[in-house]
Each structure stands twice: as C-alpha cells, then as structure tokens.
Design a protein around this ligand. Structure first.
Ligand SMILES: Nc1ncnc2c1ncn2[C@@H]1O[C@H](COP(=O)(O)OP(=O)(O)OP(=O)(O)O)[C@@H](O)[C@H]1O
Length: 256
C-alpha cells in the first residue's frame, strides 16, 4: 500500500478553554486532493496553521514523508515541501506577473529574493516562469503589473508562485472565495488538471460545495474542532450526521 505523504495524529490546539482543534487524525496520500470542510469556527484555519507551522499544536504530531515536522517554524516546513496559498493576496503588485513567479523561483533555487537579481534576467528562471504561467493559462498576462489584473487572476498568480517552490503538498485556503463563476471554473479545472497530471497533493478548504465535490477525492468534515467524517464525496454526501450538523437545508448544493 502507498505510504502516506502526511500523517496527522491526534492533533489538538487549545486556546485557554477552547479546543479549536481536538484530536484530529488524518493520513493524506500522494497525489490525492483532500478537502476540509465545516461550518465557521469548525477549526479549519487552526488546522492549516498547525500544518504550515504558524501555530504549535498543544498535542499530537504531524509527520511529512516520514519526518516529524510538529512545531517546526513555517520557513522550515515550507522548505520541506509544504506550500500554502492564502485567502489574502500576497503577491508583489508593483512587479509583473512573470516577475512575481521569477522571484519565487529565484528564492527556491537559493538566489536572493532581491529585485536586482531578477533584473539580471536569469534565462533558465525566465523559461521556468514562462512554463508555469503557460500551465496556468496566464501567459497573456505575463508582462502586466500584478496590481492591475483581476482578483481571480491574482489568485491564480498566487498559485503560480506556490507551484514555483515545487511543493509536495499544497495547502489551498478558500481558493475560489470572491471569484466570479467563470474564475471559479478556471481554478477548479486547474486543480483537477494539476492533480491528475502533476506530482501534486492538495489540501483544500472551501465553502463552495460544488467546488468541493468536483475536485475532492476525499473529504474531511470538521465540526467544533473534531473530525466528524472522513470519506469519499459519496460517503460524506450520504452521512446523516453531516447532513444534520453541517449541510442542513443546503443539501441540494451538494448535488454534482
Ligand atoms: N488565536 C485564537 N485565540 C482564541 N481562539 C481562537 C483563535 N483562533 C481560533 N480560535 C477559535 O477556535 C475556533 C476555530 O476557529 P478557526 O478559525 O480555526 O475555524 P474555521 O473553521 O477556520 O472558521 P472559518 O470558516 O470561519 O474560517 C473558533 O471558536 C475560534 O474562535
């Protein structure tokens, strides 16, 4: 059987008396797309924050490709192949789209992140940036300033920046939040294509159930910090507790 890429055991985070995440265990396998859903306050962000090193767990362990990464700082975890794309834009708006990807590639290859290094026009890095932009259908925007492109395109540039670091595990935080239906479709298609043709494993939090049921191989439903159900979309859709605790009347949104 395939070894898990990520093994989470009994992960717990308490803030005073509040258990934001409580005893969550989860194996994530290479090249799967696993969605984490749950109502507001379920603990999704806290869970992500522990995986990416922004928060230290109160209890439990996180093992990435056999190495215990529990409580390591974000930069170390990122260097070990875990990349996170945030809900907020964290790209350089004064740089062009391509320069943003070049900066990320330069940093990944161990060059300085300073603008001067990008300006030296490193050919292999340019070519690699172009190929990432092509993969994300962003080539037409390569020379536009990142600050002036649409919100949806900015989110795609963020994903391009994440891919530039050659992550083994990509954490996507609400990737379609605030997007038009068209942009949502682009992101959904992109995640599916990267998952099926690349060497990527995705964890994705998302409120749009159509997106979740479209992209996910498995779904973890969190409720009040705990893992309520972990299963295939079919299993989750059929689960009575999920319907009661989370989906309620919104069940029709889950239809494929
Ligand atoms: N730094 C903190 N200090 C105290 N309590 C916190 C902190 N961060 C989160 N919490 C609490 O932990 C619980 C889980 O919050 P979290 O943000 O992880 O949920 P979520 O599922 O991401 O919600 P949303 O979908 O609204 O982003 C909530 O009750 C929240 O108030």
């Amino acid at each position: 059987m395939t070894e898990p890429l990520l093994q989470v055991k009994n992960l717990t985070k308490r803030f005073g008396g509040v258990a934001a995440v409580s005893g969550v265990s989860l194996d994530v396998f290479p090249r799967e797309t696993l969605a984490i859903i749950g109502p507001n306050g379920a603990g999704k962000t806290t869970f992500y924050n522990m995986l990416s090193g922004r928060m230290t767990p109160t209890e439990g362990s996180i093992v990435l490709e056999g190495t215990d990464i529990t409580g390591l700082p974000p930069q170390r975890i990122s260097r070990m192949g875990v990349s996170r794309s945030f809900q907020i834009n964290n790209i350089f708006s004064e740089m062009t789209v391509r320069e943003n990807v070049e900066v990320a590639l330069s940093a990944y290859h161990g060059h300085s992140r300073r603008w001067a290094n990008i300006a030296t026009r490193n050919k292999p890095i340019q070519q690699e940036a172009d190929s990432i932009l092509e993969r994300l259908s962003l080539s037409d925007l390569a020379h536009r300033r990142a600050g002036v492109i649409s919100y949806g395109d900015k989110r795609l540039v963020e994903i391009a920046v994440v891919l530039a670091t050659r992550p083994h595990l990509v954490l996507l935080d609400e990737p379609t939040a605030g997007m038009t239906p068209d942009e949502t479709h682009r992101v959904t298609a992109l995640v599916k294509s990267l998952a099926s043709t690349g060497n990527y494993t995705f964890l994705i939090t998302e409120h749009d159930m159509r997106v979740v049921f479209d992209v996910a191989d498995r779904i973890l439903v969190m409720h009040r910090g705990q893992s309520l159900v972990l299963g295939t979309p079919q299993e989750v859709r059929a689960h009575p507790e999920v319907r009661r605790a989370y989906l309620g009347d919104a069940d029709e949104e889950m239809a494929p």
